[in-house]
Ligand binder design. Structure first.
Ligand code: SF4
Length: 290
């Protein structure tokens, strides 16, 4: 890890720790009265993929960690099947305290807690968000239905949504488990789509028409490769594409992480190259999301 990565990692870690500190003291809604522990979330500060569930269950309430019960074990299996590792991603919930009896969180509770999730997303800035279950999906886009959306890829503002059934649904029903196993494998395509979205944001029209300095200096990269893939496709579709490029080369979790680290470095180099441009698209997308 170079110094730049280290600083970025440290900065995001500090933001996430600050959010968790505030959450630990939060009493903005009635769920504070019945919780054992707050469950702010955990994972890599530089995660490209963020999983978002509805709220903590009993195991999570007792441990203070997200998705550690049986549903969490299934989620771990799904992540490892890619192959990735739990520590490569970030896992959070819409509400940070357990609703009693695992009931659905009420609207007011969600509204009070939503700011923490927004801050986490802004800090981590993932390429892909995976809402787990209909309630989490509804937080992002209430017009989507979870069963019809499972494993499908949607552009959402400046990033990508790829909803999945909640893992607990997979524990209840083998056909749901099969849907989850099929759906998670579209994450590869979702990451590539997320790279395309970011690449497009960096190469806005006024940047693209400049003299060729930026392109000439840009190193050969996963980002470029994703762009070639995008340009090779006659029409962009959200599903049904065979994942290529990033995951063709990266077969182990370490290789996947290395490719993602390279992609981060390239994005930062590209952004640095565009610093003289008035339109900082990355800033726009962060503010527009919220
Ligand atoms: S659920 Fe969220 S808003 Fe409610 S007390 Fe917990 S942290 Fe605060």
């Amino acid at each position: 890890m170079d110094e730049g990565d280290s600083k970025s990692h440290k900065s995001v870690s500090e933001k996430l720790e600050a959010i968790a500190d505030v959450v630990s003291e939060c009493r903005k809604c009635p769920l504070a009265e019945t919780r054992t522990n707050t469950v702010p979330g955990e994972g890599s500060p530089t995660a490209e993929v963020m999983f978002v569930g509805e709220g903590p269950g009993q195991d999570e309430d007792l441990s203070g960690r997200p998705f550690v019960g049986r549903a969490g074990k299934l989620l771990d299996e799904l992540i490892e099947s890619l192959p990735m590792r739990r520590e490569d991603v970030y896992i959070a919930n819409v509400v940070k305290c357990r609703p009693p009896g695992n009931r659905d969180p009420e609207r007011g509770e969600v509204e009070e807690c939503s700011g923490y999730l927004r801050q986490q997303i802004e800090a981590i800035d993932p390429l892909v968000i995976v809402p787990l279950g209909r309630h989490a999906l509804g937080w992002f886009n209430p017009s989507l239905r979870i069963t019809a959306s499972n494993g499908k890829i949607f552009r959402h503002e400046d990033r990508v949504l790829m909803p999945l059934l909640h893992p607990s649904a997979g524990l209840r029903n083998p056909s749901n488990a099969e849907m989850l196993r099929e759906g998670i494998h579209n994450l590869r395509e979702a990451i590539l789509e997320g790279i395309r979205v970011k690449r497009e944001a960096i190469a806005e029209p006024e940047v693209a028409t400049r003299p060729s300095d930026g392109d000439a200096e840009a190193p050969s990269s996963v980002l470029e490769e994703a762009g070639k893939i995008a340009s090779d496709e006659a029409a962009e579709t959200d599903t049904g594409e065979t994942p290529v490029g990033l995951f063709e080369r990266a077969q182990t979790p370490e290789e996947v992480q290395e490719e993602m680290r390279k992609q981060r470095a390239i994005e930062e180099a590209a952004e640095a190259a565009e610093n003289e441009e008035p339109a900082v698209v990355v800033d726009d997308r962060q503010s527009s999301f919220f």
